[in-house]
Write a protein that binds this ligand. Structure first.
Ligand SMILES: NC(=O)c1ccc[n+]([C@@H]2O[C@H](COP(=O)([O-])OP(=O)(O)OC[C@H]3O[C@@H](n4cnc5c(N)ncnc54)[C@H](O)[C@@H]3O)[C@@H](O)[C@H]2O)c1
Ligand SMILES: [Zn+2]
Ligand SMILES: [Zn+2]
Length: 341
């Protein structure tokens, strides 16, 4: 009899459930991992709602994954052995296209993100390319799960080359935006967080963000002008995915400023490009991450980024479908939900 394992499958939008799948078989260059902890991401919720344009169905979800190595594979990092706990780097690149050839593997033309373009790792055992794992430091497992989303935040900070003393407007106080704000503080920059949900802004304040703005209740541009003494923000990081926020980045940024677009909008955005020329802006896409797991794990282990500021709830694996539905219906109730086996 063939062995089966449990996994979380999104059959199509609004239809997620636990199903049995065959025990994975691995190739020489894969490792087998016993999955121990999994984060539920905003993009999983987008996939559930049918608003994530990159997801095809049916899809096993899961890209924020921690587990232990059951079987080794060719190409596994030398510091990792069978039985070690690892964090998965979930961005599988082709090694052959132009961006891969110049080391920009995160924007590989054929990038396969676990749980998005290809089946993910919300399941008991998973196979994964042996070279795409990172040894976990000795910190609580639920903290390790934050490494992947933290690399997304770090990538936006690195793309815009955030420097000490600069003002960083961050649009969207979800897990990604809040971690951008915490990293900005760690880099001695000054975060200004914008969201349309007051609860999210109160929470941002409670974890040490001094400036928060709800553009529905106050004049966002005038407030940023006052905080920056007329200059506007040297850096703006868009982490909401809303079209209007993408347009607002051009209003919030200073002359000669930098913008990173991390949020995934569902539809295209109309932009007045004359402003880009007039202010001579640098606008960067910021997609996934590359070589940023080690820094993320260091920030979490040293509690420079306090994981407890981001993790809002621990649940059991079997509860994932129920919580995906809950988060989709009441997103402001949860920041980061983590499932444990
Ligand atoms: N580039 C990448 O590789 C990458 C990776 C992960 C997530 N993302 C994207 O980053 C974004 C943030 O992810 P998350 O998990 O933190 O999402 P989230 O849904 O938890 O947070 C988004 C926040 O944006 C706020 N928001 C919505 N509309 C707004 C508006 N008009 N003005 C101000 N704030 C607004 C929401 O209230 C919410 O607090 C999403 O678009 C997600 O798809 C991108
Ligand atoms: Zn994610
Ligand atoms: Zn490639």
């Amino acid at each position: 009899m063939n062995k089966v394992i449990k996994s979380v499958c999104l059959h199509n939008p609004l239809n997620v459930e636990l199903i049995n799948v065959p025990y994975p078989s691995k190739q020489e260059t894969d490792v087998l991992i016993r999955v121990e902890a999994m984060g539920i991401c905003g993009s999983d919720i987008g996939a559930y709602r049918g608003t994530n344009p990159l997801v095809s169905y049916p899809r096993i979800l899961g890209h924020e994954i921690v587990g232990t190595i059951l079987e080794s594979g060719f190409g596994m990092p030398e510091n990792i052995n069978v039985g070690d706990r690892v964090v998965l780097d979930p961005y599988i690149y082709c090694k052959e296209c132009y961006p891969c050839s110049i080391g920009r593997t995160n924007c590989c033309e054929k990038l396969q993100v676990l749980g998005v373009h290809t089946n993910g790792a919300m399941q008991e055992i998973v196979r994964h390319p042996a070279h795409l794992i990172v040894k976990a430091p000795d910190i609580p497992i639920e903290h390790l799960v934050l490494a992947e989303p933290l690399t997304i935040s770090l990538h936006a900070i690195h793309r815009t080359n955030v420097k000490e003393g600069e003002h960083i407007v961050i649009i969207g106080a979800g897990a990604i935006g809040l971690m951008v704000a915490l990293v900005a503080k760690a880099y001695k920059a000054i975060p200004i967080v914008i969201d349309i949900l007051d609860e999210r802004l109160h929470y941002a304040k409670s974890i040490g963000v001094d400036y928060v703005i709800n553009p529905q209740n106050e004049n966002d541009i005038e407030t940023i002008k006052a905080i920056t003494q007329g200059r506007m923000a040297e850096v703006v990081i868009e982490a909401s995915g809303s079209n209007i926020s993408i347009q607002n980045t051009l209003k919030y940024v200073s002359f000669a400023g930098r913008i990173a677009l991390t949020g995934w909008p569902k539809n295209e955005t109309l932009l007045p490009t004359n402003i880009i020329t007039f202010k001579e802006l640098n606008i960067y896409g910021a997609r996934t991450s590359k070589g940023e797991f080690e820094e993320a794990l260091t920030l979490l282990s040293q509690k420079t980024i306090n994981p407890n500021d981001i993790v809002s709830k621990l649940i059991k694996f079997d509860e994932i479908p129920k919580y995906i539905k809950n988060i989709s219906e009441q997103p402001s109730n949860y920041l980061k939900v983590i499932a444990l086996f």
